[in-house]
Design a protein around this ligand. Sequence first.
Ligand code: CTP
Length: 409
Amino acid sequence: MSAAPHVVLGVAGGIAAYKAVEVCRRLTDAGCEVAPVLTEAATHFVAPLTFSALASQPARTSLFGDATDPIPHTRLGQWADAIVVAPATADLLARYASGMANDLLTATLLATRATVVVCPAMHTEMWEHPAVQENLATLARRGVVIVPPGDGRLAGGDAGPGRLAEPGDIVAAVSAVLEAVREGRTPGGPTPRLRDLAGRRVVVSAGGTREPIDPVRFISNRSSGKQGHALARAAYDRGAEVVLVTTTNRPAPPGVTVVRVDTAASMEAAMLEQAASADIVIMAAAVADFRPKAPAEAKLPKADGVPDIVLEPTSDILRELGRRRRAGQVLVGFAAETGEAEERAVAKLEAKGVDLMVANDVTAAGVGFDHDTNAVTILGRDGGRRVVELSSKRQVADAVLDSVAGCLE
Ligand code: CTP
């Protein structure tokens, strides 16, 4: 790789194109030689001249070069150490995924062996459309690094998932790719850190189960499902095919297949079925240990007095998953404790035959049920111990997946 890394910055036609100006500036500041390539639609949002002024090379927009640069797409494709497309619109993703080459940007994407980073940005409805998700899955399978959009303000005053990732995160992803290329780790392929679960099937459970007393009442617990949903999203972002078995009504993370369940029994059926073909199984759900033995078929009338509710144990799903585990499958449990978290978690790790047990003391401030933050200790069957201080549930999810990646054969 050249001393100053060569980066092609592709800009597609979306409102977020103005943020690509900042990405361009930061890449140049980071010592990259930047060649901007704008689609025709992008020029309606930002002027090529803006990029030409900030980048190392003039911005290009045409597939048809000039006397000094007659075939720009092959030259740029071969020149690049990495290509980043920010923003990547639904249209650009569709054309790239289907191998079209009808403008300079898509032709360059096809004419390169460099790692490509795409940063999608679009309205939530478009982002969640199966066509977009399938195109992304296709690109991810081919080793394209995806920097997922964030949640926030969109064009026209709307808000939701689909907002272009922050320029700092985009530049960090490009830097990670360039570092991998420099170290000769995966030339032209995905970076291990960002796409280390590509080709893996991950099944995650989330939320508290609900055990009916009668058709309107149930016994449950305080689990919100946030940590399980964060794990599913993180695993998807890292390239895995993800199934999320959840008791909550939270929106499905984009790209993740959701199976909705309610009782421990329905969760067990779904988990055993899904786990049979999984490489990684994570039980983040809070499963009820007891359920009413004979739930009433009709609502129990108050006039009948206080009912005697007889409980019976549910089956331990994680223990059963441990018994049925496929060779090479990585199994992870969560232990929410209210004291002596680590000792109790180690005992559960052994009793349930898992590879990793994630322990948290749910009585600590900002930790556990319904918070957006968590603090955990990840305990390994091999005696490994990793402390994750108070951080977002997404960061905890990535730390757990880092440990999972270390267990994979
Ligand atoms: N678990 C499960 N099935 C159950 C109970 C728990 O699969 N019936 C799983 C949880 O999803 C979690 C792990 O086992 O990954 C530990 O759950 P926890 O409630 O902490 O442990 P229990 O075995 O229920 O023990 P205790 O209630 O005594 O703490």
